[in-house]
Design a protein around this ligand. Sequence first.
Ligand SMILES: Cc1cc2nc3c(=O)[nH]c(=O)nc-3n(C[C@H](O)[C@H](O)[C@H](O)COP(=O)(O)O)c2cc1C
Length: 290
Amino acid sequence: MIKIKDITFNDPLTIASGIIPDVPNYVTTVCEKYKPSAITTKTVTLNPLGPHKPPTVIKLHDGIYMNAIGLGNPGAKAINEMNVSCPLIVSVGGASINEIKEVVKVIESKAKIIEINVSSPNRKGYGESLSTLIGDIVENVKSVTRLPVFVKLGPWDNVVELAGRALEKGADGFTLINTIRGLIVDIETFKPILYYGTGGVSGRCLYPVALRIIRDVYEEYGVDIIGVGGVYDWTDVIGMLAVGAKLVGLGTVLIEKGFSIIEEIRKGLQSYLFEKGLKFEDIIGISVRR
Ligand SMILES: Cc1cc2nc3c(=O)[nH]c(=O)nc-3n(C[C@H](O)[C@H](O)[C@H](O)COP(=O)(O)O)c2cc1C
């Protein structure tokens, strides 16, 4: 049994933010059919936000994608229409500290964990643009909720420092990591292929980056971490737990392989644990010296 505060999870397999749209019936179906341990909503803002024009998602290679949806979402109220038995990690965003705080107030009753998105690279003024305000954002969010507050950070050089600032203001954990900003140009038009220009690169290439960052943050603070980035099979999950993640978010793998991969990964994990005589709790952080 994995515990974050007083919430328990049978296994670490969760769905990362942005993989399921904030459509209540869809979220319910995925929960009931594929039974992830938790579902992270797509980031919601206070009011609906239109996505960027297409193309918004492209496949670069097997296992590697790039997207610039731009945090398009139906607005925070959509979360309150969700009736799901899976615990919801509600990803909140906004263009200001105040907007993020207001979003938290709207969605609070549906969430088990709040995940503050200050790391999406795909919309100016949102996500990554607010990362330097992290201390103030956490302080404000903590003033309006008693739920565990996680902060989602990106693959940057100053993650450990930013995490420290968030912890000083009461953050309960981190989701590591978001996509890395990338660029692909069309060699006929010489223009970026994604309408937005740059996009967030996701998938297998992120895995070693995610592991390194999770390890760095866990080593420094020993804090609760939801690991995300390039997880494709059960061996990836074990590696991520070993460097300190308690839960693991599946992202691009679900887009590429479909939701049935959850059960396949789960079976692989169960066989491994059985053969080794281990529980998930035995593995979390095992390869990090603290
Ligand atoms: C299509 C798409 C949409 C995403 N939307 C969001 C989002 O709204 N909020 C967020 O915090 N992360 C978002 N992400 C990032 C993922 O949650 C995850 O951090 C990232 O893709 C790395 O994991 P992966 O390599 O397993 O996909 C999105 C990723 C993809 C591929």
